[in-house]
Write a protein that binds this ligand. Structure first.
Ligand code: TRP
Length: 336
């Protein structure tokens, strides 16, 4: 096992149970990362989730435990990864407050990630300041743990860029290299299409297969998957591009050689949708069943123990960084 001084930070907003999109996009990765890097932090970003769910805190709170169950069920090891709750670390918003002075409003508004999210959420003229500032809160998350590696999707690259800008600005302004720059770990985050084939798998679009779905749910969802609308008779040649069943086969089917043969057969004609769906359904059930069973064994008490212990460890690191930041600025007051 190769240990390095790299520090990894990842996280999710707790707004629902995790699905296959998360599994292939980030969870699988984190299991590998925790075996390579000595320090891996996984943040349950409840504070950030409130920035667009402030009027529905119950949904966020409930899912803190649920998301942690998902982490543990897929094999994230709390001895290797520090799982913690964002809102229990007051050092994070305190850091954010100092960083807010180093970012301009136009810089935030120009950020492509923020821009597209603002459009998606249809805030119109009523953009909550909290939402606009969440990238700065994210910078606090990254820098508090001196993370050097942040596994993100391509759409998040402007965030990391902004983070490094703030890091440099801080270090130059206060003439001390307290904060560390980070880099995005790309390519590790793959996107998974929803069963409707229209957009990426997500809970809000109701087009995802969840890690807690029953075998029947999985079967039903696979049989509802969008395929090739021109593949009418079994003998017709079919397209695998844009065919959701094959997108999932690509992502999850273990026997790669057989998969290539299946694709060829489908393209030539003579292979029915339901035969492929049956293979996919069984293979997804084989993947999800042990996760669902482990998940059912995990008690809320156990989850809370993991979260409280992880948060205590994480908070120590954040407090150390905050101390250094305040010292660099010079706001350390003592009785003389
Ligand atoms: N933005 C991430 C999400 O929506 C969660 C998150 C918050 C995060 N702070 C972070 C991820 C810092 C990486 C680094 O799920």
């Amino acid at each position: 096992m190769e240990h390095t001084k790299e520090i990894v930070l990842t996280g999710d907003r707790p707004t629902g149970c995790l699905h296959l999109g998360h599994y292939i996009g980030s969870l699988k990765n984190r299991i590998d990362l925790q075996n390579i890097y000595e320090k891996c932090y996984i943040m349950v970003a409840d504070t950030q989730a409130l920035s667009d769910n402030f009027n529905n805190p119950g949904k966020v709170i409930e899912n803190v435990v649920e998301i942690c169950k998902d982490y543990l069920a897929v094999g994230i090891d709390p001895l290797k990864s520090t799982i913690f709750i964002q809102s229990m670390i007051p050092e994070l918003p305190e850091l954010m407050l100092y960083y807010l002075n180093l970012v301009t409003l136009s810089r935030l508004e120009r950020n492509p990630t923020v821009k597209s999210e603002l459009q998606q959420r249809e805030f119109g003229m009523s953009v909550p300041v909290g939402f606009l500032c969440y990238p700065v809160s994210q910078i606090a998350d990254i820098t508090a743990f001196k993370a050097t590696i942040v596994p993100v999707g391509e759409d998040q690259l402007p965030m990391i860029e902004l983070s490094n800008e703030v890091v440099r600005r801080f270090n130059i302004t206060y003439n001390k290299s307290v904060l560390r720059e980070s880099r995005a770990l790309l390519g590790t985050t793959k996107r998974l299409v929803g069963i409707d084939g229209k957009s990426k798998a997500s809970k809000s679009l109701n087009n995802a297969i969840f890690l807690c779905d029953s075998d029947e749910d999985i079967h039903d969802k696979v049989y509802r998957m969008f395929t090739d609308p021109d593949h009418i008779r079994v003998s017709d040649p079919g397209k695998v591009e844009g065919n959701v069943v094959f997108a999932y086969m690509d992502a999850f089917y273990e026997d790669r050689e057989e998969l290539e043969a299946l694709k060829k057969h489908y393209q030539e004609g003579g292979l029915g949708d339901s035969s492929v769906k049956s293979l996919l359904s069984r293979s997804l059930q084989k993947l999800i069943t042990p996760i669902r069973e482990r998940r059912a064994e995990i008690t809320k008490n156990y989850v809370m123990d993991i979260l409280i212990d992880g948060t205590a460890r994480a908070r120590k690191e954040a407090a150390k960084t905050l101390g250094e930041v305040k010292e660099a600025i010079g706001i350390v007051y003592t009785r003389s």
